[in-house]
Design a protein around this ligand. Structure first.
Ligand SMILES: Nc1ncnc2c1ncn2[C@@H]1O[C@H](COP(=O)(O)OP(=O)(O)OP(=O)(O)O)[C@@H](O)[C@H]1O
Length: 342
């Protein structure tokens, strides 16, 4: 559906060259929610703006539904853009227009017949839960309500793709949840492909199917959210995951364990889906005569799947520990031996 093929974007500022995006390749499938995460300045906004050619890549190709945007003239590009809605962190609403008129704006642009326009706008306001607010102005709305108006406006031209540029960054946690729920509902109801950028791992965890991690303009890691969460490869990805699973063991506990000098290992075990229900600790004790001790545990939902993280210390004979680790790995659990949690 969306193919970014080795796109780069270079800006020139006071003779200085800034490479905001470097050779980024991403393929986003129809109907999925794809998240791009990175710290400030990583190049996320530039990348997402390349998808609808708000920024034209310096090199590389952008294909939407197989069509190379670089090969289109302005008129053709406008046609493609009509199928791509976009929402922003600061909502970008027309302050002098009512809620109704903000949502109607894309329909007025294409001279939609009055009756059709009114019906469509009311349907969309109902969808986003703002039926009662159509005569209000943006200044009379909360941040979450403003974003709902922006979402309704983005949907007015029946887009196949919705781009979300830090859509929840200006909102409080509770409002963020409700906007993310709305995006999920829209994705499911209309099978709209959603590409979003964020610096919050929570957003990725809650609604995304796949994720790409950006650092210094490059896509350094990408994959299914569950795979990336259970087996992050790059330090930056590990850092983002730490932001929601705080697995720092207290240093005094680590020191105490090291001082004891009892043969053992500290293991990080990640569980996915049904595995979360397996009685693995009991098995380690009974089948391998090990003594497992739980140091940390967390269980959560990643979109629709249960994901758990457990840090345990096992003590016992070295051979038995290795057999226990092999057994856990055979149970399709992700095992990482950590001498100490860093
Ligand atoms: N129009 C521009 N002219 C010059 N430099 C730019 C322009 N747009 C972005 N940049 C630079 O490109 C780099 C990437 O910026 P970008 O906004 O894409 O990052 P980001 O990950 O979205 O960051 P943030 O989360 O802070 O918005 C930054 O160094 C930025 O200063």
């Amino acid at each position: 559906m969306i193919q970014l093929e080795a796109i780069s974007k270079v800006f020139y500022q006071n003779k200085r060259q800034i490479t905001a995006v470097k050779e980024a390749t991403l393929h986003i499938e129809k109907g999925e929610i794809f998240g791009i995460i990175g710290f400030s300045g990583a190049g996320k906004s530039t990348l997402i703006r390349c998808i609808n050619f708000l920024e034209k890549p310096t090199s590389g190709k952008v294909l939407i539904g197989g069509v190379d945007l670089g090969s289109l003239n302005e008129g053709q590009l406008r046609g493609v853009r009509r199928k791509i809605g976009m929402i922003f962190q600061n909502f970008n609403l027309l302050s002098s227009a009512t809620v109704f008129e903000n949502v109607a704006a894309p329909l007025r642009l294409v001279n939609a017949p009055k009756q059709e326009l009114t019906k469509k706008v009311r349907e969309l306001l109902e969808l986003v839960g703002l039926k009662e607010k159509e005569t209000m102005y943006p200044s009379q709305l909360s941040g979450g309500q403003k974003q709902r108006v922006a979402i309704a406006r983005a949907l007015a031209s029946d887009p196949e793709i919705l781009l979300c540029d830090e859509a929840t960054s200006a909102l409080d946690p509770q409002t963020t949840e409700s906007i993310l729920d709305l995006l999920l509902e829209i994705n499911r109801k209309y099978n709209i492909t959603i590409a979003l950028i964020t610096h919050e791992m929570h957003v990725i965890k809650k609604i995304c199917d796949r994720v790409a991690v950006m650092e210094n303009g490059e896509v350094v890691e990408q994959g299914k959210v569950l795979d990336v969460f259970s087996n992050p490869q790059k330090p930056i990805t590990k850092n983002f995951i730490k932001s929601i699973f705080d697995v720092n063991l207290p240093q005094n506990l680590v020191n105490k364990i090291q001082e004891e000098q009892v043969p053992g290992k500290i293991l990080r075990i990640s569980f996915i889906g049904d595995n979360a229900a397996e009685p693995i600790l009991a098995d380690l004790a009974t089948k391998f005569t090990l003594r497992p001790n739980i140091l940390y545990g967390n269980i959560t939902q990643i979109k629709d799947t249960t994901f758990g993280c457990l840090i345990i210390r096992v003590t016992g004979e070295a051979e038995a520990i290795q057999a226990g680790i092999d057994y856990l790995a055979g149970e399709r659990l992700q095992i990482e031996v950590i001498e100490h949690a860093d």
